[in-house]
Design a protein around this ligand. Sequence first.
Ligand code: ADP
Ligand code: MG
Length: 493
Amino acid sequence: MTIVEARKPDPKKFIKGATGDWEVVIGMEVHAQVTSEAKLFSGASTEFGKDPNANVSFVDAAMPGMLPVINEECVRQAIRTGLGLKARINLKSVFDRKNYFYPDLPQGYQISQFKQPIVGEGTIVLDMPDERVEIGVERLHLEQDAGKSLHDQHPTMSFVDLNRSGVALMEIVSKPDLRSSDEAKAYLTKLRTILRYLGTCDGNMDQGSMRADVNVSVRRPGEPFGTRCEIKNVNSIRFVGQAIEYEARRQIGILEDGGTIDQETRLFDAVKGETRSMRSKEEAHDYRYFPDPDLLPLEFTQAYVDDLAAHLPELPDDKKGRFVADYGLTAYDADVLVAEKVSADFFEQVAQGRDAKVAANWVINELFGRLNKEGLDVSTSPVSAAQLGAIIDLIRAGTISGKIAKDLFEIVWSEGGDPAAIVEARGMKQVTDLGAIEKVVDEIIAANPDKVAQAKEKPTLLGWFVGQVMKASQGKANPQAVNDLLKAKIGIE
Ligand code: ADP
Ligand code: MG
């Protein structure tokens, strides 16, 4: 098989070894739990955090004579995901049995899709700091999750929890198109964003709703692909980055010492920051795949797919494009805002009828900064979009200065309330009464004759005077009026 590579070697991404440059090649297999009430082939609930074996039907426990019945909602979600990945949707796909023995797999096989998956080739676009790259998606198929063995409940026995048994997963397989740990992290982040926009997977890696198998190989730039190792079940984006860095270095070390890489499955130890061998290719399973005789091929019409396509929500790439084109935001700000749909929605509410760049600035710098500090997210923000909008309106109307607005933001953050009413009640209004400002300006000029003389020579010293007046007025003087008055009185053009 000849592989035509979409990407050219990029020296900026090379890893320096003792004997020269190396290029890392990465492909990912992501398991994403389908958002659905019920499991893939049974009516049992998928709710997270229930007591062990609370969500188990006879089908999930593989009782004799039980037959799987496909859950249409899972099929719908898989198609919608495929459409979100701009992928080919296969109107006919087949469920296969993947046979292996394990205590948490009561059927003795997993129902998966092997030769004919529901979704074919697609693309994920990554906006890296200095380039835009397209990563190929090889396929997306539907399969069942397994149960879970519990080894820490009893001194001499292991228990099995089948709550996850039969839950629908989408396995999304990338092409080996990724060339750095940063790209791999960006790929996972982007994929998760797309899944969350679509509402097809909640993307919660800490609850196991999304996990990644990371395939890593290294080669001399321009050479054919090297032998890969697969790091199984990495459950955080940060760990994916660490695992790749470690694994690439490990492989380079072996090759530079004249060794060869054995194709094997490895595990990432997050405590040590290392990968270690789990099983070699020789120990790999022979799954004896064959079409599941209990299930007909899965078929649907193009009209069904078209209808789902017509009702997809706006996806992050489109939203970003719109934010740049319609609101005049920078690509960077647009990226930050579209990363989560709730953030983008919040911004759009604030921007409604206001200067969008000012709105973006407040949302990103003040609000997100504050939320991050407190470990909160937008969906639980103490300051609502309406409140933030009202603060911006007060600045725009000249009622408060930008500086006072930050104090006001703090008050609304901790106490809530209507921003305009707070300004009124606490006397936070900006002083635009020229007489009052003039009085303060005169006092400061009178108290600092030497500085006045210096400022005549060096007009940048005006800033010091502005600062003094603002301080004396507790930030309430209108900065423009202060500036104008000072210039006139000191005699600066
Ligand atoms: P398998 O079916 O044995 O798991 P696949 O060909 O489906 O193998 O590939 C699985 C994953 O490994 C894919 O994400 C693919 O992009 C990636 N991959 C394949 N070859 C390499 C390689 N040489 N280096 C890194 N990743 C690779
Ligand atoms: Mg694999």
